[in-house]
Design a protein around this ligand. Sequence first.
Ligand code: AMP
Ligand code: SF4
Length: 478
Amino acid sequence: MFDLEEESPFDKLHEECGVFALYGHPEASNLVYLGLYALQHRGQESAGIASSDGRKIHSVRKMGHVAEIFTPGVLNELPGSLGIGHTRYSTAGDTVLRNAQPLSVACSKGQVAVAHNGNLTNAIELRRDLEQDGSIFQSTSDTEVVLHLVARSRERTLSGALRDALLQIEGAFSLVFLAEDRIIVARDPHGFRPLAIGRLEVPGERPATVFASETCAFDLIGATYIGDVEPAEMVIVGPEGMTREYYTTPGPRAHCSFEHVYFSRPDSVVFGKSVAESRERMGRLLAREHPVEADVVVPVPDSGVAAAIGYAAESGIPYRQALIRNHYVGRTFIEPSQAIRDFGVKLKLNPVRHLLEGRRVVLVDDSIVRGTTSRKIVRMVRSAGAREVHLRISCPPTISPCYYGVDTPSQGELIAANHGIKDIEAYVEADSLAYLSLESLRDSVSDMDDRFCYACYTGHYPTLVQINEIVMAKTGCC
Ligand code: AMP
Ligand code: SF4
């Protein structure tokens, strides 16, 4: 048992992750591997696959990137025609293997493995209650709470126990479960995180069913996107076919707008809409809202590319790739210490002096979090000879932390939570700085009927976020 006054037992509460699941293909683990490969951008800390041969669940979880972990030899240890996979990235704290997913348990309902994208906002309370009742936790991941709830459920069937567990958890979850003979997936009632459904033709057999955080995973394996798991929906795929049911009443929708701003790949369709299309629209609207006289539009690669294309098209200012990214280094944002982060910007980006010298530059990026990276990039562009640097950001100022599974620092560290735009402009050393309005962000993601979450831009959270140490840590309050 732990004391609420003491440290939280969960060292990572804000995981960014990718999930994948497949039912009904003789090469399940190879295809799950490819799916995870396409979802690598959603988490680079650890990855895992669990497969089932119909009798037993096999599992491999390791620290590192998908391609390093899953060699042909390792994939041979994962037999069967159904499987799930996970890529995980989490922020501070220890980056231990025991938190890597899929997590698995053997209980009265059989063997079950689970992979989770999102963040449970009542995990601390649930874990406290479970520990008081004698549950012993193996990890410090909020996802383990779900397995304990399943194991302790009085329901006799696995689907009944899952329903029971899903009704108790709150927050953001796109969950994929693997049992010996079936895949079960579920999405939270608000639909914060994406979860797409696809179909994969299997010669001479029934088509396989696949699920993924993003449709770019389907493209790689040749699967067809057929729709999304609905908020509050549970989908079961087993020997009897596919069944879909609502395990509870759907709540007001709250799809994460940041998936479209930054997190998802532009070649994905997320919440039914092309990410490339919404990003380009963000850039176009940004150009209309915040025009500036300039000679070139330059994206911060890769995050600002699609919006910069939109800005250039709308403004008529030529688009130039004047910052070149070295793709063989990880995202600098995830480096643990400031010293490494500083070095990281130069490792990651190099300016093309020939395109910048003497020019007035519109520099386009998706977001500013702490402001430290943006400042280095503005300096880099200027030291390569740019005459003026006008920074344009394709979302509103980030003023509040996310409690639903995107890694944002505490409110105290969010530059826009504590400073006005003119102060940020001075800090990042830009000649001008402007952000996309909330109204234009809504327009870009085609949010006609309030289906999206914008809490990191507004501070208005779509669910009650418990006043506990998660919130205190994030808001920096006592
Ligand atoms: P900074 O200027 O230090 O706030 O860093 C801004 C950069 O961080 C932008 O290029 C963003 O694309 C990137 N960024 C924003 N949110 C995240 C996130 N959750 N994970 C990784 N990178 C991010
Ligand atoms: Fe997405 Fe921001 Fe809402 Fe988190 S708070 S779910 S990042 S829109």
